[in-house]
Design a protein around this ligand. Structure first.
Ligand SMILES: *Cc1c(COP(=O)(O)O)cnc(C)c1O
Length: 332
């Protein structure tokens, strides 16, 4: 009889702590669409300050955050964003930038570490003035940490290099920073000198919410789009109060998640039949491979772990585009 489960399915399967629930219950609220919710204002100001930016905007999800950012950057319908072929926006967001945003995705190969080769990015840029035949590139998108590479961090130097390419060609740089707080072990939060989104509902454990940060002008445009997309909400102080607690309680704990993931990866690597690239475990994710390359073995292992009360996420071909099909994903 299993009494306590260890849940490693995802860093999103959290539950609000008592402090979060108390903060939610006593949150001061007002209408946020009219701009009056004091708790939302407080969270947005805190986030902007933390990230060294002018302004911030609470949105319901990372997917909407990405969609809004890409749409603000690619204002011209039919323009193009350069992004990784294994990026979250390209793989898991229902192609929303195209279907809703009217933005064309120009993919560049994601390397094992989540980066795209600088030369390949530069080669993918098309004339911003457009032509009769192809869309104009208006933006480049990076993802930090990079989910499908197992939570790898992009360095400040790499981000700078891409920023320079963007600047040279008059393009906007967006960072999908769903796990930017996890990446903050290698990149300072104030370093990313551009617009980006960061999720509070992943490793930080807030029940709901993503925040977009950037300049006043950028955030004003983002706010209009948020309303258009149906993401304007009224008394969101209830959600923002929990997010503020998550920042306070859980941000300092992320480093321990990373240490535990590393330790777990090293231990698992010593077991027969399991293969993990331990050097690639930089943050809170572990991608585990079966030595015999069999999806069947992975599924068998997942089932027996479940019986022991340890929940893990099964790999599948669509999720692990560059890693084969025999994976198990652990999120610490
Ligand atoms: C989870 C995630 C998102 C989307 O966030 P949701 O809140 O689930 O919509 C975007 N980008 C990355 C890298 C993610 O991991």
């Amino acid at each position: 009889m299993v009494t306590r489960s260890v849940d490693l399915r995802s860093d999103t399967v959290t539950r609000p702590t008592d402090a979060m629930r108390e903060a939610m219950a006593s949150a001061e609220v007002d209408d946020d669409i009219l701009g009056y919710d004091p708790t939302a204002r407080h969270l947005e100001e805190e986030m902007a300050k933390m990230m060294g930016k002018e302004a911030a905007l609470f949105v319901p999800s990372g997917t909407m955050g990405n969609l809004i950012c890409v749409m603000v950057h690619c204002e011209m319908r039919g323009s193009e964003v350069i992004l990784g072929d294994n990026s979250h926006i390209h793989v898991y967001e229902n192609g929303g930038i195209s279907t809703i945003g009217g933005v064309h995705p120009k993919t560049v190969k994601n390397e094992e570490d989540g980066t795209m080769e600088l030369g390949a990015i530069e080669a993918a840029i098309r004339d911003p003035k457009g032509s009769t035949f192809y869309p104009s590139t208006m933006s480049i998108c990076l993802e930090n940490t990079h989910a499908n590479s197992g939570g790898r961090c992009l360095s400040a130097e790499y981000t700078d290099s891409v920023g320079k390419i963007a600047k040279r060609h008059g393009l906007k740089l967006h960072i999908d920073g769903a796990r930017l707080f996890n990446a903050s072990i290698v990149i300072s939060l104030t370093h990313v000198h551009t617009m980006f989104q960061v999720c509070l509902s992943k490793g930080l454990g807030a029940p709901v919410g993503t925040v977009i940060v950037g300049s006043h002008t950028f955030i004003e445009k983002a706010k209009t789009l948020r309303k258009t997309l149906g993401g304007g909400m009224r008394q969101i102080g209830v959600l923002c109060a929990a997010a503020l607690v998550a920042l306070q309680e859980n941000l300092p704990k992320l480093q321990f998640d990373h240490k535990k993931a590393k330790l777990l990866a090293e231990g698992l690597n010593q077991m027969k039949g399991i293969r993990i690239n331990a050097a690639a475990v930089e943050t809170n994710m572990i991608f585990m491979d079966m030595e015999d390359g069999s999806r069947l073995t992975a599924e068998k292992l997942r089932k027996s772990l479940t019986e022991c009360g340890i929940l893990v996420l099964p790999g599948n071909s669509s999720r692990y585009v560059s890693h084969g099909q025999n994976l198990i994903c652990l999120n610490v």
